[in-house]
Design a protein around this ligand. Structure first.
Ligand SMILES: C[S@@+](CC[C@H](N)C(=O)[O-])C[C@H]1O[C@@H](n2cnc3c(N)ncnc32)[C@H](O)[C@@H]1O
Length: 198
């Protein structure tokens, strides 16, 4: 009997040479919204093991730059225009270090997820903290018209976070990709066109 997580996308990822099934969530969003383009500078938060990074590397091509961060190691060998950091996004001074060296970015992506407790409200609160941190990084480092995509576990904080995004971006969408498990409360918020003027 396969494990419940070993679904169609799990086996497809193995067959296609991707490091995780998570890649198909970004692939679906990329196909529909084309948020990554050749030559883009992209920040990928919560990037381990690196399946989004595999897709990003392909989409941005040799002239782009990808900077990836995770508390866990990213062991896969990427091309030279992919820079990886094993760091916690809350480490003091780290975001300043990152942005001073590599910003501005065309896109800031976050697939960061907390370790879950099974208690819905606790998990959504932790996810909201990661989302807010990713948004803070995006607001400090995006180019005008840049894009932000981040995972969020739906909870009481979601509506306020989406409202905050609408103040800064021209278009904001809630996306539930097909590869996102139906029983999971995870959604992705896609915000395009940074620097909306009122
Ligand atoms: C769902 S996984 C990301 C999968 C990845 N997008 C891929 O395609 O391979 C979520 C990641 O968020 C990372 N994460 C959680 N909290 C973090 C933090 N405070 N700083 C950096 N990374 C964090 C976890 O270590 C974990 O690897």
């Amino acid at each position: 009997m396969p494990h419940p997580y070993q679904d169609h996308y799990f086996f497809k990822a193995k067959k296609d040479g991707f490091l995780a099934r998570a890649v198909y969530k970004l692939e679906e969003i990329q196909k529909k919204y084309r948020l990554l383009r050749p030559g883009f500078r992209v920040l990928d938060l919560g990037a381990a093991p690196g399946s989004w990074l595999q897709l990003i590397q392909k989409a941005i091509g040799p002239k782009g730059l990808a900077v990836a961060v995770d508390v866990k190691p990213i062991d896969h060998r990427f091309s030279r225009n992919v820079i990886t950091f094993q760091r916690d996004i809350f480490d003091s001074g780290f975001v300043e270090e990152l942005t001073s060296q590599y910003a501005p970015f065309d896109a800031v992506l976050s697939d960061m997820a907390p370790s879950t407790t099974g208690i819905r409200s606790a998990d959504s609160a932790r996810s909201a903290l990661l989302f807010e941190r990713a948004l803070d990084v995006a607001l400090r480092s995006l180019k005008p018209q840049g894009h932000f995509l981040a995972k969020l576990f739906q909870g009481s904080e979601s509506a306020a976070l989406i409202a905050a995004l609408k103040r800064h971006f021209a278009r904001v969408k809630v996306v539930k990709p097909d590869a996102s498990r139906k029983d999971s409360r995870e959604i992705y918020i896609l915000a395009m066109g940074y620097g909306k003027t009122h």
